[in-house]
Ligand binder design. Structure first.
Ligand code: ADP
Ligand code: MG
Length: 326
């Protein structure tokens, strides 16, 4: 006897207890009715984001279910982080080939673990049969007038990226068995960066009032930096030598591929942001507060487009961000 649609929701998504997503006092009505009722604090702006993961498109078949649960929420928390929002609630639309408990158990555990880390409550969703597809809508809060946008940058602003871009792209290639090299520990570390990205929520909050523009890196650092620059009415210059490459990435991929993956790889879920030079000291203090590394990789310029430099010389380079309909 199977679980059934309602048994499945009850057991994996509405179960009380330690394994479930946290409850919040501002959820007046959660899972179980036709819609959720949420108490938005007076004077706050609601921030909404939705991202979908499709098997075979965003993650390869055979990906650990715990990773799929984690990533479905992480990619959405990353979008809220890029806006400087504090995440509060989320909804889950789950399309499953079968009510397979060997999938659902670790999937829900991966999802709820990240939800607990960030104090976000699962307040509803939808469950249907079909090819494995996971969509999450994340809702957060921000003080009006303080949200980070892509469009606030000015020529001369310094361009930063958090973490070590390229690791996740290498991890995906390791998962697909197309990237040999490195030690087992280095390979495991990169694979984890693809399977379990850490949304930079605290960093996004801390950048309010310091960064002039922000975007999260999902499609590739170069393509996303170019989107930020274009939205700001500028172009961008990236210094190849300043790219923060992890030791594991360089060991597994070698220097040239490491740089290519850092620029064009995608799936990093780091924040790429600009800071007016006058705010740099405040940025350094904020980075210490939230214990997050970020590296200056270039700057915004008046001239449109994205240029890559090594030493003083421009290198031929085309950002190749991910496009579902190229
Ligand atoms: P309706 O048919 O009115 O849309 P459903 O029967 O689909 O309602 O869902 C019943 C309740 O379970 C609703 O509160 C819905 O938000 C919730 N729900 C359904 N699927 C999920 C899921 N995957 N995760 C969390 N909540 C869910
Ligand atoms: Mg429904």
């Amino acid at each position: 006897m199977g679980l059934g649609e309602f048994g499945l929701i009850e057991r994996y998504f509405n179960a009380p207890g330690d394994e479930a997503a946290p409850r919040r006092a501002d959820v007046a009505l959660g899972i179980g009715d036709d819609a959720a009722l949420l108490a938005v604090p007076a004077g706050m702006q609601l921030v909404a984001a939705l991202d979908t993961l499709v098997e075979g498109r965003h993650f390869p078949p055979g990906t650990p279910p715990a990773s799929t649960g984690h990533r479905a929420l992480a990619v959405n928390l990353s979008d809220l982080a890029a806006m400087g929002a504090a995440p509060a609630w989320f909804l889950l639309s789950l399309t499953l080939p079968a009510a397979d408990e060997a999938f659902l158990g670790p999937f829900a555990a991966g999802l709820h673990r990240l939800a607990r880390q960030h104090g976000v409550a699962l307040v509803g969703g939808d469950t249907t049969a079909g090819p494995l597809t996971v969509a999450v809508q994340a809702l957060g809060l921000v003080e009006p007038g303080t949200a980070l946008r892509r469009s606030g940058g000015r020529a001369g602003d310094l361009l930063f990226v958090s973490g070590t871009p390229g690791d996740a792209a290498a991890g995906l290639r390791i998962a697909m068995d197309t990237l040999p090299g490195g030690s087992p520990e280095q390979r495991r570390a990169l694979l984890d960066r693809f399977h379990y990205p850490e949304p930079r929520v605290a960093l996004g909050r801390a950048l309010r009032g310091i960064a002039s523009a922000c975007i999260d890196v999902s499609d590739g650092l170069a393509a996303d930096a170019l989107k930020l620059a274009a939205a700001s009415g500028c172009g961008a210059r990236i210094e190849s030598a300043q790219l923060p490459l992890s030791t594991a990435l360089c060991a597994v991929a070698g220097d040239a591929l490491a740089r290519e993956l850092a620029l064009n790889g995608g799936d990093d879920y780091e924040l790429c942001f600009t800071v007016p030079p006058g705010n740099e000291a405040r940025l350094r203090a904020a980075l210490q507060d939230v214990k997050c590394a970020a590296t200056c990789i270039g700057r915004l310029e008046t001239r449109a487009g994205l240029r890559l430099f090594a030493g003083g010389t421009e290198i031929a380079f085309t950002p190749r961000g991910f496009d579902h309909f190229p």
